[in-house]
Write a protein that binds this ligand. Structure first.
Ligand code: RTP
Ligand code: MG
Length: 154
């Protein structure tokens, strides 16, 4: 089974409503639960600059990099690990395109975000990136808790 890391941004944006003010945490978690994925880890945490830079290292040197790191470090995030068949690909579909105006209606960004700089949620873009990101965001490891063993639910 694949796993994926999702970071729900809870930043208090200066110029627009944010995840906390709009109460989107439960909504986003609910979509992944209803799809049938299995929650392996979740925490609310502040993000230090070094972690933000490491997380977005692939974008270092791009003009939006400093602002992106500042953004992810500017408030607490909810870091989650979800598990299930093809969860990386499915998760990216559920999140929607990077630019909210290109995200399909029905996706998280398509339904709740307006601009690329405040697109609510990160999702690992490949199984390999997910492995690295799980190590980065959950150095303490994941719980081995299993919700149930019914074969039709993960
Ligand atoms: P993410 O990594 O956050 O899940 O987003 P993504 O894969 O859909 O997009 P990616 O290309 O990895 O970009 C990472 C984040 O950088 C910000 N960005 N800003 N101003 C810009 O042109 C620009 N381009 C990207 C977005 O917040 C994007 O999610
Ligand atoms: Mg990305």
């Amino acid at each position: 089974l694949d796993t994926t890391v999702l970071l729900l941004d809870l930043e208090k944006a200066y110029d627009k409503p944010d995840g906390v003010q709009r109460g989107l945490i439960a909504e986003i978690i609910s979509r992944f639960e209803k799809k049938g994925f299995y929650l392996r880890g979740m925490k609310l945490m502040d993000v230090k600059k070094a972690l933000g830079e490491q997380h977005y290292a692939e974008h270092e040197g791009k003009p939006f990099f400093p602002g992106l790191v500042k953004y992810i470090c500017s408030g607490p995030v909810v870091a989650m690990v979800w598990e299930g068949p093809n969860v990386v690909a499915s998760g990216r579909q559920m999140i929607g395109a990077t630019k909210p105006h290109e995200s399909a209606a029905g996706t998280i960004r398509g339904d709740y975000a307006l601009t690329v700089g405040r697109n609510l949620i990160h999702g690992s873009d490949a199984v390999e990136s997910a492995k690295k990101e799980i190590a980065l965001w959950f150095p303490e490891g994941l719980s081995q808790w299993k919700s149930c063993q019914h074969p039709w639910i993960y």
